[in-house]
Design a protein around this ligand. Structure first.
Ligand code: ASP
Ligand code: MG
Length: 482
């Protein structure tokens, strides 16, 4: 069994959805389970509607909703408009309308309440994947694939941390056997919306933005899949962001730990948490381009070669927190208190460096649906009780990632030399020596990335650092599918 996950751009139009049907058909003998994202742009649009409705602009929100309804009905028509599929078209359109009507009622309710809870936000955000599922189900049925729609809320059981719910692996495993594996055993192709889950008592949740990859990985782990395929609009993982660096190349095989580093440092191809459930089960993850179904893609496994430098990654803006306490820092338990504050505010510390008297930590801009900037303020207030805290916004992180980074000190020396002229606020070599990370000004991230990429992947030298890399078409955008 394999999991094939299609991102928002892979299902953005009727033509795109048809292309995915052919990809699935080519894999029937491998018993695929299909996970789909919302159509590109839909999740953002839904969150926008929720905000409008709560801000009292309910008519604007309802108008926007009609736009979304029309878009989905239009795709249904484009996919199933022929006479032969009239019954299917009516069925899919009716499901789309039910979902949109329900959404309209939610929006009206929020406009009356005047405020939005995370739980309500999830009910709205989830609609994108539920709509996409209907279209994909219809399209696959129309071309004769033995498809079966599976409501993700019956399978992806989570806790009640709305907008970034924690999955419950045991419950998911049981539900996946019952509602997914049984269908596969029956010769069917289950289609399930990503990103969406539900609490044990059935309240809709979501796994956080970009969470469809996570759904794919969780399902893959639950079902003991042979592989997880992430179909997106780029050729795979690249040595650098092609929008920023020249001559970014495809990485054909990458180690799990490197890929997960890259994801954390902003390679938008994969959701970072995608990696974890798959890693634990030793399941290989592939990244492929839906627009070039026969491309090489990137294979993420345990046994990829150990290279000094696999890629240059970056992330901006991030916020740099510095906590100074001349008396306390080395006192036993002090660091624990600092990190307990992070835990209380559900903020993850990214890059960390300490000295005798200070601790520097970078944190991402708000996670979840991007509405919880208050979390940082609350964290800073708590930290202020432990020492002097400074908050530096507009910083960025640039990382040189490679499992063999520390094998030869010259690699590190070259990296630092390449950063000549860039102001570095903090430097960190991970304990696993998988990445050398520099915190720089946000507006210097691009130049730092270009310098490092040029050093380790010089244009014209297609062999690169390890003799494994091939040049990639970099015409595709690396923006995350939305
Ligand atoms: N549609 C969701 C989002 O845009 C989940 C996903 O695409 O992975 O965040
Ligand atoms: Mg999306």
């Amino acid at each position: 069994m394999i999991i094939t996950k299609f991102g928002g751009t892979s299902v953005a139009s009727a033509a795109a959805i048809r292309a995915t049907a052919e990809i699935v058909r080519g894999r029937l003998d491998r018993r695929p389970v299909v996970v789909v994202s919302a159509l590109a742009g839909v999740t953002n649009a839904l969150l926008g509607l929720a905000e409008q409705a709560t801000a009292g602009q309910v008519l604007t929100a309802l108008h926007g909703l009609e736009g979304l309804r029309a878009r989905h009905l239009g795709e249904a028509e484009a996919l199933l408009g022929d006479d032969g599929a009239a019954g299917l078209c009516a069925e899919v359109s009716a499901e789309i309308s039910v979902l949109c009507d329900e959404l309209a009622r939610l929006l009206e309710a929020f406009s009356v309440l005047g405020h939005l809870t995370p739980r309500a936000l999830d009910a709205i955000a989830a609609t994108g994947e539920l709509l996409a599922m209907q279209l994909v189900w219809g399209a696959y049925s129309a071309v004769g694939l033995p498809v079966a729609a599976v409501d993700p809320r019956r399978v992806l059981i989570t806790d009640a941390t709305f907008t970034r719910a924690e999955p419950k692996p045991d419950a998911i495993a049981a539900a996946a056997r019952q509602h997914v594996a049984a269908l596969v055993d029956d010769g069917r192709v289950p289609v399930i919306g990503g990103f969406v889950g539900a609490t044990a008592d059935g309240v809709t949740t979501t796994l956080g933005r970009g969470g469809s990859d996570y759904s794919a990985s969780l399902l893959g782990a639950a079902l003991g899949a042979d592989a997880i395929e992430i179909w997106t609009d780029v050729d795979g993982m690249l040595t650098g962001d092609p929008r920023v660096v020249q001559g970014a190349r495809l990485i054909e095989r990458i180690r799990f730990d490197e890929a997960s580093e890259l994801a954390t440092f902003g390679a938008k191809v994969l959701h970072p948490s995608t990696i974890a459930p798959a890693v634990q089960r030793g399941i290989p993850v592939f990244v492929y381009n839906t627009h070039r179904p026969h491309g090489i893609g990137t294979r993420i496994t345990f046994d990829a070669p150990r290279r000094p430098v696999t890629a240059i990654a970056a992330k901006a803006p991030v916020t740099l927190l510095k906590i100074k306490s001349a008396r306390m820092l080395l006192a036993p338990g002090f660091l624990r208190r600092i990190f307990e504050a992070f835990e209380r505010h559900r903020t993850s510390a990214d890059v960390v460096a300490t000295s005798e008297v200070s601790l520097s930590v970078t944190v991402d801009r708000a996670a979840g649906h991007g509405r919880d900037t208050g979390a940082l303020d609350a964290l800073v207030t708590d930290l202020a009780a432990l020492g002097d805290v400074s908050v530096e916004h507009a910083r960025g992180v640039v990382a040189v990632v490679g499992a063999g980074l520390a094998d030869d000190t010259r690699t590190m020396a070259r990296a630092l030399a390449a950063l000549h002229g860039v102001t570095v606020h903090m430097l960190s070599l991970s304990a696993t020596e998988l990445n050398l990370t520099a915190v720089v000004d946000a507006d210097q991230v691009g130049s730092a990335m270009r310098r490092l990429h040029a050093e380790f992947f010089p244009v014209g030298d297609q062999v690169g650092a390890d003799g494994e890399l091939t040049s990639a078409s970099t015409s595709a955008s690396v923006a995350a599918s939305s």
